[in-house]
Design a protein around this ligand. Sequence first.
Ligand code: HEM
Length: 433
Amino acid sequence: MTNSQASQDAAGGSLAPPPGCPAHGGATPDGATPLYGPRYRRRPMDIYRAMRRQHGPVAPVRLEGDLPAWLILGYREMYEVTSNTKLFERDARRWRHWDRVPQDWPLMPWVAYGPLLLFTEGEEHRKRAAAIVDAIAEVDQFELRSSCERFADSVIDSFAEAGEAELVSAYAYPVPGLTLVKLFGVSEDEADSLQQDMTLSVVSDDDANSAMGRAMAALGRLIKTKKERPGPDLTSYFLARSTDLTDEQLAGDLMAMMTAALPGVANWIGNTVRLMLTDSRFALTLSGGRHSVNEALNEVLWVDSPLQNLIGRYATRDTTLGGHRIRTGDMVILGLAAANTDPQLWPDPTAGFSGNNSYMTFSHGDYGCPVGAPQLAKTMAQAAVEVLLDRLPDVSLAVQPEELEWMDSIWYHGLTALPVTFEPTYVTGRDGD
Ligand code: HEM
């Protein structure tokens, strides 16, 4: 049974799970908590809290297929692991449990070693990451902002007269999606399927592996086109700086950039709009409250991190972490969302997050999200939220806040749907770029 089927069964109440069943969120006999199953997928933050109480800042967990790993829940431990690349490296071939992994494992595309920058270490990583940083530095942020605003306007035009919309599928994904297609110079005929496959590679149980294959093939075609005819786009800037990489490596690095960007920014937009529509601190200034959009974007990175976990790191020798004995080759998952909400970091939960951007959402250290990339993400997210609130100042949630559901993913944290209503409004007639 796939996870989504399991979720449906649980939602419909037709199957009662046996007590302690790991697939339904019970701990395994050795106390490890499954990071899968309906209970985890629906309320991950509750599970992190319970794990922290039971195990401290690092907890034993199980991935799908009953595969063992450690999840970092503490901010200090996150800092320790991401800062110490000698002790915690990230070439996935270091994992000592590969012999237990089935071929069709749904996490395979983003955990198994591949040609992506995400698995490189040392000098190779330094060179490849530097090419990305330099390429990103060439992007004109003002142009990016105005292109995102134009796409946001044209997307709103498509539902403005209806007076209602489901903002995750109709807005939070299409706006950064269209902006990224232009940013990376993807052709119109590849755009839809590429966006869909990148998203499926992280959220699907059944199709993740083949979606990854299709996306890599599309990126191979993009690379061929841009080598022949470079343009004013991020792909061309990146290719110009990465002349010694194979096409497969180039496709892997583009895949890493685009997949971090699309669901990451889409969830950032969706989670921020949710916060602003459900929390009276933000609702008060909904119309034209520029300052509050910025505050809401920042708060979401702390409390509703659009990317919740990242796999990961592998211990290069036996060590201890958060009071647990970690063995060489153990997998350590970066619990970005859990670390951000570590109570040790927030002894006073009412203190607020204003001006504080030391969240772990973009990770930390040599392997963290490349310099310049978080700013690209913020430019898109901020433009999308601001245009939405400018165009639909009376937008409000069409359901009760507790009816909103979180998507089924160990990686990403975003809503499955965000239904809203608003006064039907005019159409600008802008057609994006
Ligand atoms: C909300 C949006 C985003 C989030 C939450 C995010 C988060 C992250 C995180 C947590 C890592 C982790 C690495 C680690 O420590 O292993 C990472 C890596 C990376 N991100 Fe981002 N990212 C976002 C947007 C972007 C964008 C817009 C780009 C580029 C266009 C980008 C490009 C990359 C790349 C290339 C890496 C690999 C870095 C390396 O291996 O050195 N990300 N990102």
